[in-house]
Design a protein around this ligand. Structure first.
Ligand code: BMA
Length: 330
């Protein structure tokens, strides 16, 4: 049997085996959180952030919430993807003509290599939340590109390759506030500028109350031989606020608007103190993965309680088996 993950080997992926006695499909790093309160001079909290392998080590684009309450994006670097050095100055965006193009706020970045560039998507101010798109080749000069979609929208996530000739983007149309609804939509583009062929992928609700209010795409989908593995967040709405948990789905390789499997139960929900206590209690919000095609290991990067950056692990074959056993489409 060949490798399940379609992609390169990543022998230096951070990893810990599942704790003895556990049969959970996803388990936490025991050194969590990897970033805590006041991690750099300008920012109180760094969370909901994205990482990639880069030049033998790792690079990331991090959401840093400043003391004025506004989030901005910062570059970070690491040799082991667990101990991070975050730049003290935020990304100095330019537009395509090279003129400064600062963001008034920027949050929840996703990061990927697509063809010859690295792309960042984030929640941008249009005005009001919408999907920002930018690119870099060296993690020094970052160029803002045309915004793919109209406001309001969040959780924009690009696919790492074209599918049937089109670039693909997941998003979650929303409102300008703490949206009380939300489904995952797929859009296609021939050139990363003009987007259309919008398709509904998955809706909130169904038998799992943990995803009853809204759902949003998490990390960039991982290509496997059986389909695109999509980790996503699902939100429930108990009486004292929202609770953010993580689930997974498998999308058809040639038509990712078609859901093959979808978890009925959450895979990760706020349990640990760093997830249940913080600036916003009860948030586990995945934004990135690292994957090693040789071993099938996956490291998941998630924001905890809008305060901390944390890591969890899974093994692709075990996660796919779990999905098959517990899938509940609706
Ligand atoms: C969402 C986004 C996320 C955040 C979550 C919980 O609307 O703002 O960045 O983690 O709420 O506060």
């Amino acid at each position: 049997m060949g490798q399940t993950i379609v992609g390169p080997a990543l022998p230096n992926i951070p990893w810990q085996p599942r704790p003895a006695g556990s049969d959970a499909p996803v388990w936490r790093y025991d050194g969590n959180p990897i970033l805590g309160w006041n991690p750099i001079p300008c920012a109180a909290r760094i969370f909901n952030s994205a990482v990639l392998p880069y030049q033998g080590g790792f690079v990331g684009v991090f959401r840093a919430d400043y003391r004025n309450g506004r989030p901005q994006l910062h570059v970070g670097r690491s040799q082991d993807a667990l101990a991070w050095t975050i730049e003290h100055e935020g990304i100095a965006w330019v537009d395509e003509s090279g003129a400064p193009a600062p963001t008034s706020y920027a949050y929840d970045p996703r990061l990927l290599r697509l063809e010859d560039r690295y792309y960042v998507t984030w929640c941008d101010d249009f005005p009001g939340p919408s999907i920002g798109l930018g690119a870099t080749t060296d993690f020094k000069r970052f160029v803002r590109l045309e915004r793919p979609l109209m406001p309001f929208n969040r959780n924009g996530v690009l696919f790492p390759r074209k599918v049937r000739g089109h670039y693909l983007l997941l998003s979650r149309p929303s409102d300008s506030g703490h949206t009380r609804f939300g489904d995952i939509i797929l859009s296609a583009s021939p050139d990363l500028v003009f987007w259309g062929k919008h398709r509904l992928v998955m809706q909130s609700g169904g038998p799992g109350w943990w995803q009853g209010v809204k759902i949003g795409a998490g990390p960039v989908p991982i290509e496997t031989r059986e389909g695109w593995l999509l980790l996503y967040h699902g939100v429930s709405g108990p009486c004292n606020g929202f609770v953010y948990s993580m689930g997974a789905a498998l999308l058809d390789l040639d038509d990712p608007a078609r859901v093959i499997y979808r978890t009925r139960d959450y895979l990760l929900t706020p349990e640990k103190e760093y997830e249940t206590v913080g600036f916003v209690p009860n948030v586990a919000f995945p934004c990135a993965t690292l994957a090693d095609a040789a071993s099938g290991r996956i490291a998941i990067y998630y924001g905890a309680a809008d305060t901390y950056t944390a890591v969890a692990f899974t093994q692709v074959d075990e996660l796919l088996d779990h999905l098959k056993r517990s899938s509940h489409l609706f």
